[in-house]
Design a protein around this ligand. Structure first.
Ligand code: HEM
Length: 441
């Protein structure tokens, strides 16, 4: 008998392998894989990769066997945009950065962000008027982008950079996804998309460098992430270069905007389609807060609201993440050589009926204490797990709850009839076509 091998996903194209299927219908393709087995081999262009389809194997890659993996091909492709920031580095370089950045995401630091989050929510909500029709995903991305700018790069001197980032972000995200899935030579072609991405990147770089220069000149601690980066010193007293600071700025802006923006957009979509959940959320907000805005300490009392948001992070989770084996590893009995690219997919795991019964249903009650206990460890990984677990998780929750509550206190969002909504996988899974009208409560 030979060595065990992984099942290959059928139907690959001669040159591009499974990349076209992944790019055309990624969500359907991914959710079809678990039936092939716990470990499935895929060909993506010239690259052979393995995808893990169970919580156990996902945990092995992210947590219990994390020492055998580094970031995969994704991060090399993303480096052009993100540089060597927290979301693209591995090993010691990543640990050093994580230690340096962690204070900006401590409980106290996140609690202090409630105020800029409220101001950002207020500035969006003050523009809503009865009957107005809103592209809610766009509005929520703008809110999330404003929150990152106000709380992480809070000084006014960074305001022009925030505007530039908001303008260029969607194109850069699209470019990053394309780069990741398509062969290297594709990214080198002078296509209109590639040329646009190069222009966006140049503008983002110039804006970031201008903000850093202004922060250094201001020479005062605004107490935000950018001040922390500008003031950071390693053991021998060396500070970060402008490029290193720029890399973190772009990383946090890209990692922190579309993710929270899409979660909030889905929240309003799901509430509008589940009136009885909406009723419970509104009653809870009124009972716990009356008319006041939430603070971090209010979150434990807002279970209906947080469970509805949590359920959105499950249903519409990140669809593809990668790691690379740094030494030979055994996954599900299959020996894989060093250098093997391994994919995990929160979306795939979250839509598997073995771990989440009726996975397509929006069911916030599955997070109630009596039911959540049966979800296997490693099955819910919306924020990942292990050394690369999202540093912004509690920040994102406070940010989402702040907007959800402040909007629900004043408005109800209703779907516009005849506007079809569908989940589309870009960097995250966002609601394409979601326009909603605003009705006073
Ligand atoms: C609903 C909102 C969010 C979701 C679902 C989410 C999800 C994730 C996931 C899945 C990862 C791990 C990626 C991997 O496996 O390599 C991650 C990492 C990361 N996230 Fe988030 N994220 C969210 C919000 C945020 C926010 C608001 C910020 C910052 C303000 C942020 C910053 C980061 C950073 C910097 C990393 C890299 C962490 C590291 O490798 O040490 N995220 N996020």
């Amino acid at each position: 008998m030979g060595q065990p091998t992984a099942v290959r996903a059928p139907g690959a194209w001669p040159v591009l392998g499974r990349a076209p299927a992944l790019m055309r219908r990624p969500l359907r393709f991914l959710t079809s894989l678990p039936e092939l087995g716990p470990l499935v081999q895929l060909r993506l262009g010239p690259l052979s990769a393995y995808i893990v389809t169970t919580p156990e194997l996902t945990r092995q890659v992210l947590v219990t066997g994390a020492q055998d993996f580094e970031r995969g091909r994704f991060s090399r492709k993303l480096t052009r945009t993100l540089g060597a920031g927290l979301a693209t580095t591995s090993g010691q370089q990543h640990r050093t950065q994580r230690r340096m950045l962690q204070p900006a995401f401590s409980r106290t630091a996140v609690a202090a962000c409630a105020e800029p989050m409220r101001s950002a929510a207020e500035s969006v909500l003050s523009e809503w008027t009865p009957g107005r029709v809103i592209d809610i995903n766009k509005a929520m991305d703008a809110y999330a982008s404003d929150v990152v700018a106000r709380s992480l790069f809070g000084s006014q001197v960074a305001a022009p950079a925030a505007v530039e980032f908001r303008h260029s972000l969607p194109g850069l995200l699209r470019d990053m996804v394309n780069r990741t899935l398509l062969p290297e030579w594709w990214a080198g072609l002078p296509t209109p998309g590639n040329r646009r991405a190069a222009r966006d990147l140049a503008r983002v770089d110039a804006a970031a460098h201008a903000a850093i220069t202004a922060y250094r000149a201001a020479d005062r601690g605004a107490g935000d992430l950018l001040s922390l980066l500008v003031a950071a010193r390693d053991e021998d007293g060396t500070g970060l270069s402008d490029t290193q600071v720029r890399d973190q700025m772009v990383t946090f802006t890209l990692a922190g905007v579309e993710t929270t923006g899409a979660t909030l957009a889905w929240f309003f979509h799901e509430l509008a389609h589940h009136p009885e959940v909406e009723r419970r959320v509104l009653d809870e907000i009124d009972a716990v807060l009356g008319g006041r805005a939430p603070a971090l300490d209010d979150l434990p009392a807002l279970t209906e609201t947080t469970h509805a948001l949590l359920e959105c992070t499950r249903l519409y989770a990140s669809w593809i993440q990668m790691r690379r084996a740094t030494r030979p590893v055994v996954l599900d009995g299959v020996e894989l050589p060093a250098g093997t690219e391994v994919i995990y997919s929160p979306y795939l795991l979250h839509h598997d009926p073995r771990w989440f019964p009726a996975p397509e249903a929006f069911d916030p009650d599955r997070w109630n204490a009596d039911r959540a206990g049966v979800i296997p460890n490693g099955a819910y990984v919306a924020f990942s797990a292990g050394v690369h677990k999202c540093i912004g998780e509690s920040f994102a929750f406070l940010e989402a709850v702040t907007f959800a509550v402040m909007a629900c206190q004043r408005w109800r969002l209703r779907p516009v009839p005849g506007a079809p909504v569908r989940p589309v996988a870009t960097g995250v899974v966002h609601p394409k076509g979601l326009v909603m009208s605003v009705t006073p409560r």
